[in-house]
Design a protein around this ligand. Structure first.
Ligand SMILES: Cc1cc2nc3c(=O)[nH]c(=O)nc-3n(C[C@H](O)[C@H](O)[C@H](O)COP(=O)(O)OP(=O)(O)OC[C@H]3O[C@@H](n4cnc5c(N)ncnc54)[C@H](O)[C@@H]3O)c2cc1C
Length: 485
């Protein structure tokens, strides 16, 4: 250890969650915190996912902090560079550079039961003592490679959407894309523009809705700089996105309407009935993440693009061997295969009361109270923790509500003159049993495999309700649910 220092809150990660925590602490006049980020810059998701076509899927005016609107979004769905630029600007505006340590990975954190504080160790040899630890490592962070035999033998270029090389060019190349989820459908059209031939390997079809992206005109941007108009627009967007949630109610009118919209989008965009059949999912709308794109279907119909649904047997040095033994020869293999959902938490050794490890409690069944607290881990707060993702709206609506909850917890500790609080195990168990029961009866209980669930069907990802329900549940912490130490 090179140095020992003390602060009130350590924030792990400077993505949208960590930055939100830092900005809201500043707003409350709490300046005693440090933000540790392992990358060379802020932005998290938006720093890392720099593949061509990378954009948000929720319109930018809702995918921005309520307290830091941005009238200058260039289009409805901003690209990753623009979103990261917005986050960098906020870092400056809120005076965060002083609080931020880049290229600093948190390697472990241990709750010191005698002094009732966290002891955080970093890759730079620092030891930091902090009353509270805010973990914003996010489930969508650790790139996941496909679990296919022979993948490491591929002799060409192997890439992952979340680990994108700065100089990737596909001119004249034979490229293949494994995965056809949210990142894949953004990446496939721009890669097809360049590639000599593109093969899209599809395991199962996804529901696709139209996107309707477009640039904002100069006068629209002027209008959106007027605060009441910007607020009204954000409210309207939040309502619009929340109404999509109605479609996730099994056998509902809205669910049937969503299905009809997706089928009519497919019918309009894909003329060939055989291709249409291959692109029609066999599970209810919403069970897996719905994709929002206008370019994906037209791209699949280009002469130099093939949709391959025969299934992959293994990967070989020269390409992909299909289940019927055909070899698809490739120069570049792009994996748009998402993230290891529990991998981020497991990447840091976090030990709580009695030396128990957070990773052990989350490995098979990721769960937390309101997605934030776990019994046995005093003053540890997860941001965007288990069961706080949605398939229909902006995660920022959840992040802001969580940060406000955490700040109220810190204030309560001060008010009581106590050092630490930990959620009671009974409350935690009852809360999670209720969540899982609700999820089983929802569209996510239907039989489809998705990154929302672990192999044994536990859904530690999705919040089963409507956003206002979550926000109401966490608006004022119920302190009777905690043990104070
Ligand atoms: C391609 C893509 C598109 C998306 N589009 C949308 C969208 O349209 N709308 C929406 O609501 N959500 C979207 N999401 C979800 C998105 O991840 C969240 O909205 C949000 O950006 C998450 O922010 P975060 O800060 O919680 O996590 P991240 O952005 O992942 O940030 C976590 C940070 O923690 C750092 N970190 C991790 N471990 C350590 C460690 N040990 N020490 C120090 N630092 C560490 C990482 O380097 C990273 O910077 C998208 C996700 C992806 C991948």
């Amino acid at each position: 250890v090179k140095s020992i220092e003390t602060t009130r809150v350590v924030i792990v990660g400077a993505g949208m969650s960590g930055l939100c925590m830092a900005m809201m602490l500043r707003q409350q006049g709490i300046n005693d915190f440090l933000m540790l980020e392992k990358s060379g810059d802020v932005g998290g998701t938006w720093y890392e996912n720099r593949y061509p076509g990378s954009q948000c899927d929720v319109q930018s005016h809702l995918y921005a902090f309520s307290f830091a609107p941005n009238p200058n979004w260039s289009r409805r769905y901003a690209g990753s560079g623009e979103i990261q630029g917005y986050l960098k600007d906020l870092t400056e505006q809120f005076g965060l550079p002083d609080k931020l340590r880049l290229n600093t990975r948190v390697t472990s954190a241990r709750f010191d039961e005698t002094n009732k504080h966290w002891v955080v160790l970093t890759s730079e040899g620092q030891e930091i003592h902090a009353q509270a630890l805010a973990l914003s490592q996010a489930p969508l962070h650790t790139a996941k490679w496909p679990d296919i035999d022979g993948i490491e033998t591929f002799a060409g270029r192997r890439m992952h959407t979340a680990l994108w090389p700065a100089d990737a060019s596909f001119a004249g190349k034979r490229a293949g894309v494994i995965g056809n989820g949210a990142s894949a459908v953004q990446l496939i059209p721009p890669v097809a523009e360049q590639a000599g031939h593109l093969t899209v390997f599809q395991r199962s079809a996804n529901w696709v809705l139209p996107r309707g992206d477009r640039a904002f005109s100069a006068w629209e941007r002027k209008l959106l700089a007027v605060s009441p108009i910007a607020k009204a627009y954000r409210w309207w967007l939040a309502g619009l996105y929340e109404s999509n949630r109605l479609g996730f109610v099994p056998d509902s009118f809205a669910g049937r309407l969503g299905r009809k919209r997706a089928l009519s989008h497919l019918a309009k965009r894909v003329a060939d009935p055989e291709l249409r059949t291959r692109l029609t999912p066999d599970y209810p709308v919403g069970c897996k993440r719905i994709l929002v794109t206008d370019e994906y279907y037209p791209t699949l119909q280009k002469d130099h693009v093939t949709l391959e649904t025969r299934g992959i047997k293994r990967i070989e040095p020269t390409g992909v061997r299909l289940t019927d033994d055909t070899l698809v020869e490739l120069d570049d293999l792009i994996c748009a295969t998402g993230f290891d959902i529990t991998g981020s938490v497991a990447s840091v050794e976090i030990s709580g009361l009695g030396g128990q490890l957070l990773a052990d409690s989350q490995r098979d069944k990721p769960q937390a109270m309101h997605g934030m607290t776990v019994p046995g881990f005093p003053n540890l707060f997860l941001l965007l923790g288990p069961n706080t993702a949605t398939g229909h709206t902006s995660t920022l609506l959840y992040i802001e509500a969580q940060v406000s909850y955490i700040i109220q917890c810190l204030a309560e500790l001060d008010r009581r003159g106590q050092k630490a609080m930990t959620v009671s195990p009974d409350v935690f168990r009852a809360h999670n049993a209720d969540l899982q029961a609700r999820l089983k009866q929802s569209v996510w209980g239907a039989s489809c495999t998705s990154w929302y669930k672990t192999d044994d069907g536990h859904n530690g990802t999705i919040y089963p309700g409507f956003t206002p329900q979550y926000r109401a549940a966490v608006k004022r912490p119920d302190f009777t649910q905690f043990d104070f130490l």
